[in-house]
Ligand binder design. Structure first.
Ligand code: NAD
Length: 254
């Protein structure tokens, strides 16, 4: 574990925050007055975002229990935890190696559990909130991504379990399910302009999401306006997962 700089405002830890959705969440929470702890595998990326947001950068792997425990020992107060780090390597389900399937479950499910377990005392003391970044893939499986859809379904189930079993700690647990979002991690998906235009045309809100579209939902879930909300999933997907009929109509168009 390597790290830089500290602060003493109310604290929000975001994983996978060196780029993409995680970076946007850090910047939004910083504007809300939180001191962000920017966690990423990539030390340089974490430091860049921490410098932008006025926070602390920590380079670690969310699946590394010792590193997360060591970090937790150095963070006396934590109000908000956003489990955003996730991986989505392509693989056919009929052939995916069990080791690769396990690696995705490790990062996308056991990573968030690891952070929740290690930071529960601080979150409980603050009567804080956890947001897990799931995906529409939890609801509508994405062929060719093997463990990804099962991992996000498991993350939603974990969110609901924690909301109920840990309610007495005072911590609320919710999830966000983004649809298609333009990030460094999905750059190849929207690289073909024709395919991208077709995707946008079929989407009810008419465009792929930007990271800020996802980040802007977080303050409600972690703030006082969301005080009676726990165990919920907000799909921030431009209507993607509710557009079966428009999709069929488009498919039948002559
Ligand atoms: N982009 C999308 O279209 C989309 C859609 C639905 C859900 N999501 C989810 O949103 C989250 C962020 O997606 P993104 O597109 O911004 O991803 P991204 O690949 O652009 O960025 C992910 C970041 O997480 C870090 N990371 C990966 N594994 C890590 C680990 N083990 N420990 C610590 N850091 C790690 C990476 O270094 C990277 O900086 C993911 O959980 C993803 O599944 C993304």
């Amino acid at each position: 574990m390597t790290e830089t700089s500290t602060s003493d405002r109310p604290t929000a830890l975001v994983t996978g925050a060196g780029r993409g959705i995680g970076r946007a969440i850090v910047l939004r929470l910083a504007r809300e007055g939180y001191a962000p702890i920017v966690v990423d595998l990539d030390a340089e990326a974490a430091e860049k975002v921490a410098a932008e947001a006025g926070g602390r950068a920590v380079a670690l792997d969310v699946t590394d229990t010792d590193a997360v425990r060591e970090l937790a020992a150095s963070v006396p107060n934590l109000d908000v935890l956003v489990n955003n780090a996730g991986i989505f390597p392509p693989a056919p389900i009929a052939e995916v190696a069990l080791a690769q399937f396990r690696a995705v479950m490790d990062v996308n499910v056991l990573g968030p559990l690891n952070l929740i377990q290690c930071f529960l005392p601080q979150l409980s003391a603050a009567r804080g909130a956890v947001v897990n970044i799931a995906s529409t893939a939890a609801k509508a499986p994405v062929p060719g991504t093997a463990a990804y859809s099962p991992s996000k379904a498991a993350l939603i189930s974990l969110t609901k379990l924690c909301a109920v079993e840990l309610a007495s700690t005072g911590v609320r647990f919710n999830a966000i399910g983004p649809g298609g979002v333009q990030t460094e991690g999905t750059a190849s998906v929207s690289a073909d302009p024709k395919r991208e235009a077709r995707f946008n045309e079929l989407l009810p809100l008419g465009r792929r999401a930007l990271p800020d579209d996802i980040a802007d939902v977080v303050p409600f879930l972690v703030g006082s306006d969301g005080r009676y909300v726990t165990g919920q999933v907000i799909y921030v997907d431009g209507g993607l997962t509710e557009s079966t009929i428009p999709f069929l109509q488009a498919a039948q168009r002559i």
